[in-house]
Design a binder for this molecule. Sequence first.
Ligand SMILES: Cc1cc2nc3c(=O)[nH]c(=O)nc-3n(C[C@H](O)[C@H](O)[C@H](O)COP(=O)(O)OP(=O)(O)OC[C@H]3O[C@@H](n4cnc5c(N)ncnc54)[C@H](O)[C@@H]3O)c2cc1C
Length: 275
Amino acid sequence: MKAADFAYEKPDSLDAALALLADPDRDASPIAGGQSLVPMMNFRMAMPELLVDLNGLDELRGISADAGGGLRIGAMTRYSALEASDLVTERAPIIAMALPHIAHAAIRNRGTIGGSVSLADPAAEMPALMLVLDAEIEVQSAKAQRRIKADEFFTGLYETALDEGELVTAIHVPAAPSGRRFAFYELARRHGDYAMAGVAIAGTGDALEDPRIAFFSVSDRALRARGAEAALAAGDVEGAIAALDEIDFAGDLNADAKTKRHLAGVVLKRALGRL
Ligand SMILES: Cc1cc2nc3c(=O)[nH]c(=O)nc-3n(C[C@H](O)[C@H](O)[C@H](O)COP(=O)(O)OP(=O)(O)OC[C@H]3O[C@@H](n4cnc5c(N)ncnc54)[C@H](O)[C@@H]3O)c2cc1C
């Protein structure tokens, strides 16, 4: 199928883009890498009147180190740029672990971190990574800028805390405490396909203090497994797997909710084996 008719603008400043998105008379949608939005438009699941192309905005580009040992990643940073970044490997190694599992090279050359976070696909890796890294999502509208904790950002199926007219401008990843360890594991039918179930984990030191466990592709959104985190903090791996019953599992085209429950336990155990 072909997309419905739409108008197209490619602003050259963030202010100009935000002004277009703030116009109440136009149903405008930002486009980043287009790797999700274009197929959605072709299937007519999305029919924006106006596409606001973010590819001309220098303000949204670049990966930089912050003074506190963390990272600022511009929203328009493509997966391929994250893969090539030594700073990312050094300061947010779990992003580097997950990247090879995200789609295929051609899609990673176009897809952006901001697009993935904004879309909030329950099967996407990036939202779960944001939860485990305790990242903050920087967002801006024509009126104001704010930062939203990842824990509060993903609110439902393809739903986020973004308000009308707001753009994701950057991701802030705080410095990891010394001794922080990370693991990532996903099960997919073929490498590069969306996961049937996946998990990202962080914990500090041999005792895995302050553990964070985030699942994707098991429910309507990426989510923390807080009961499992508490069990893991107490050194109880079997208890962590049992505590996954707290999750509101949801089936998809790949598997029903009961199978997702089983797969969540499998990926958690395998990820723990990689820590
Ligand atoms: C064959 C195939 C396989 C894929 N496999 C995977 C996979 O395994 N894992 C995975 O995570 N993804 C996968 N994807 C999706 C891909 O990674 C997308 O690129 C990504 O999810 C969206 O990024 P994008 O930059 O292309 O966003 P776009 O498609 O341009 O936009 C997506 C949505 O976000 C909005 N948006 C974009 N940028 C911003 C912003 N800065 N602020 C506010 N809203 C914004 C758009 O309006 C749109 O609603 C796959 C895609 C394809 C085609």
